[in-house]
Design a protein around this ligand. Structure first.
Ligand code: 0RA
Length: 639
């Protein structure tokens, strides 16, 4: 009957309504899906699309991905995978492509089998990118044909269309989108540097995949391809250090809980650079894969050392001993990763700990047996670390007996505040005695404590803990903070919840700030992760015209102020904190109602590790290059 033929199936209607509601929800509360709508959120869109292609690569179907940021801010991601299927999805009565692009979390239902990196942190699927784009277009090359579908703010402009022919062996998916400035009100502020860092990391984590990023706005591009995967990653991290053995240890194994991949290589430094990933997401706070790795490392090295006569009696190597000078990448892939903690930087899946432990125990045990020369050198290095740790313990005890590290004997130079609740107390670490004097007079002594440091603190990147504790400035700082350091470190004893570094706006100031940040990063990292470390922003100029005066903090503000106050304005440049009187210092830099503080955060701990190694490590050539190329950016110290 003609009448029934026209009836639209109910299921079609219902699923469509669901789709529209889903997309509306994404547009109403984008933060719930991509975290934020600033630059980070924009980068999330790119990651979301690229990750889908990375999954195709992990399945062994794709070898190359190219992402392009156009001069018109359109982002285009192309892969040479199988192409998203365009045939009808049986339940939805529409093409698989349309379902993937319009239904929340639909991606995971297709493809089947294997691990997915796209199910990660905000792994919300291509439909979210589509919903948050002014327009989006997907082109699929599959079975000799070219298909296309277009969307506006998530809604299909029409069905999937067959638009042409391609070579029979040509296949792949190309997604283009223009992020919607109704949502991303800050505009299309993609950062090439941030994206390129992530592309490099992703290429290391996916061996054999070629990843290209092209930025047409600035005519920049980079291609990454690492046949060695995380072995290359470890070599890269150690490139400015002296390796203890040539060939990194590497193991990869599939277990019932997850896929485990570990690479490590020792170098002759005293630091540790272990970076962990779950489904390609950098788990900056570690988690179960890290604990499994650490236990296996300690256990395997101790067992080998005992069996081969390196340890006598009940001697053992501690976890810190076996990690001194270690560079390691631990990467796991699993079906349903659980990310925990405030910033979701910690892997929670309990079963992963045992899996990593078993794989590393067996793999590393065999490696040591097969490479006795390497084993000998590594264990001698660990024994050295153990001796130094013992010396550090003695040094610490000596200092503690003299009343050095505990907060019962606060250093004389510290002008403490009267507030006893750490949550309301601040510590200003100030460069030099004279600025320290101004800060002491200018502060609000109820909640602001001042600690002046004289001259340069020790470069902790080149020293072990025992050496560090011989340095007066370091000891004073640790005592003032109250947390102690090393094995005794206890973040709950922190005496101030804001620790503010206040140095001059010149080269020396920048150097001292870097030394302090290195110290915090290497020895008190939890303070940075908890968001407790800040950098004060003193003004560069005071501009005066008649009764009006303005403090300006950068060149842009200076130009604006000069325009406003006219040509006759008098410009006074501040070179050092000491040039301001206490009142001015309070007004411009310390008064919570007026000051600007820059919070130090670690966006990417691999990058931060590399930066500190380069700035403060022992290799000289790379440092020169960095200082030359970044000399104009001393303001931007966000690690
Ligand atoms: C599901 C099935 C198949 C391919 C894909 C998904 C696929 C998705 C994306 C997303 C970006 N690039 C992609 N490439 C492929 C193919 C199933 C088959 O051919 O048997």
């Amino acid at each position: 009957m003609a009448a029934t033929a026209k009836t639209v199936p109910v299921s079609y209607d219902a699923s469509n309504i669901q789709v529209l509601e889903g997309l509306e929800a994404v547009r109403r509360r984008p933060g719930m899906y991509i975290g934020s709508t600033d630059q980070r959120g924009l980068h999330h869109l790119v990651r979301e699309i690229v990750d889908n292609s990375v999954d195709e690569a992990l399945g062994g179907h794709c070898s190359s991905i190219v992402a392009r940021i156009g001069a018109d801010n359109v982002v285009t991601v192309s892969d040479d995978g199988r192409g998203i299927p365009v045939d009808k999805h049986p339940k939805m009565n529409t093409s698989a492509l349309e379902v993937i692009m319009t239904v929340l979390h639909a991606g995971g239902k297709f493809g089947g089998g294997g691990y997915k990196v796209s199910g990660g942190l905000h792994g919300v699927g291509a439909s979210v990118v589509n919903a948050l784009s002014e327009w989006c277009r997907v082109e699929v090359k599959r079975a000799g044909k070219l298909y296309r579908q277009e969307y506006r703010r998530g809604k299909p402009s029409g069905p999937v269309k067959l638009v042409g022919k391609v070579e029979p062996d040509d296949h792949g998916t190309t997604t283009s989108f223009l992020a919607d400035t109704e949502i991303f009100v800050g505009g299309h502020d993609y950062s090439y540097d941030a994206l390129v860092q992530w592309f490099r990391e992703t290429a290391y984590l996916t061996k054999g995949l070629r990843l290209t990023l092209i930025d047409e706005r600035a005519d920049k591009e980079a291609t990454f391809y690492f046949e060695g995967g995380i072995v290359s990653f470890v070599r890269h991290l150690n490139r400015n250090r002296t390796a203890v053995h040539d060939r990194p240890f590497y193991v990869q194994r599939e277990t019932p809980a997850c896929m485990v991949e570990v690479a490590l290589q020792y170098n002759d430094s005293y630091g540790e650079s272990t970076h962990t990933f779950a489904n390609n997401i950098n788990t900056i706070d570690g988690g179960t894969h890290l604990s499994g790795f650490k236990s296996a490392l300690t256990r395997t090295i101790n067992e080998y050392a005992k069996r081969n006569g390196f340890l006598k009696g009940d001697e053992t190597l501690s976890g810190e001993d076996v990690r001194e000078g270690l560079t390691a990448i631990v990467s796991v892939k699993l079906g349903e990763p659980q990310f925990e903690g405030q910033t979701k930087g910690k892997l929670g899946n309990a079963e992963v700990a045992g899996a990593v432990q078993t794989v590393v125990n067996e793999g590393l045990g065999a490696f040591l047996e097969e490479n006795p020369q390497v084993a000998k050198r590594v264990i001698e290095k660990c024994l050295n670390a153990a001796r130094a740790r013992e010396a550090a313990r003695k040094a610490r005890e000596l200092v503690q007996r003299k009343g050095g590290l505990d907060s019962f004997s606060l250093p004389g130079k510290l002008a403490d505040c009267s507030e006893r609740d750490p949550a309301r107390a601040e510590l200003y670490i100030v460069e030099g005695d004279s600025a320290g004097g101004s800060a002491k007079q200018g502060r609000d002594r109820r909640f602001q404590a001042i600690l002046p440091l004289r001259g340069k603190i020790l470069n902790v990147e080149k020293a072990r803990l025992d050496k560090m504790l011989q340095n007066n400035e370091i000891r004073t700082l640790i005592t003032a903070l109250g947390t102690s350091v090393g094995e005794q470190f206890d973040v709950s004893k922190l005496r101030y919840h804001r620790v503010i570094i206040m140095t001059d706006a010149d080269v020396d100031g920048a150097h001292i700030r870097t030394l302090l940040l290195t110290f915090f990063f290497r020895h008190l990292e939890p303070l940075i992760l908890d968001g407790r470390v800040f950098i004060a922003q003193p003004p560069l100029y005071r501009i005066k015209a008649g009764k009006e005066e303005a403090w300006v903090y950068n060149e842009e503000q200076r130009e604006a102020a000069m325009k406003r106050l006219g040509e006759k304005a008098e410009v006074q440049r501040y070179k050092g904190l000491g040039e301001m009187n206490p009142d001015q210092l309070w007004q411009t830099t310390m008064d919570p109602a007026q000051r600007t503080l820059m919070q130090v955060n670690i966006d990417n701990d691999v990058a931060a590790d590399e930066t500190f190694d380069m700035l403060m490590g022992s290799a000289v050539p790379p440092r020169k290059k960095f200082i030359q190329t970044h000399a104009r950016e001393v303001q931007n110290l966000d690690v």
